[in-house]
Design a protein around this ligand. Sequence first.
Ligand code: ACO
Length: 173
Amino acid sequence: MPFTPDSELDLLFPAEYISQEVRSQLHPDLHIRPLASTDYKRGHLNILSVLTVVSDPGEEAWRAQFNMFREIQKTYYSIVIVDKPSDRIVAVGTVFIERKFLRGLGSVGHIEDIAVDKSQQGKKLGLRIIQALTGISENSGCYKTILNCSDANIPFYQKCGYEKKENEMVSDI
Ligand code: ACO
């Protein structure tokens, strides 16, 4: 499939929200952009399966979820890195903006669901995804950006400028 430029896509949010500095650091064969309504076809779920179990809901249900993300404005920012020669997604990540009553009606950015295709790991794509999402969180006015990760991923997030603080508590269903 030939590479599809942003101008021909239906994007989750304006592409300009992604830092120009991050864009300029990517290999010319790679392109970073917001999730698009047709990304089901570009392997979005395959990349997420690098992270955890993914059951395929089918394209129609996937698109309904995409539309729901977009309707809740200024809240869900999912981004992808696309390999231009194949027009396939090779890395994904999301920052979710939580609004609060405290801190003068402040907001917190939650980084979620970071995954890089196995064949592309170790090439700084994870770092670029985190830099882009952190920038979106900061530009949304969040007073902090947080995430949960395994012990094995702590060194990666430290390389991205994050530090370990407090604990995660879970009630598994
Ligand atoms: N241990 C130590 N250092 C690491 C690790 C690790 N597990 N992973 C990356 N690094 C280092 C790299 O060596 C690099 O260091 P350098 O700048 O000194 O060269 C730096 O961190 C940046 O690494 P990237 O190349 O950007 O990492 P990559 O593109 O492989 O992405 C990621 C890292 C996202 C963890 C990827 O390996 C992946 O998809 N893993 C499987 C899914 C996963 O665990 N996702 C994160 C879940 S947590 C969440 O979603 C909030």
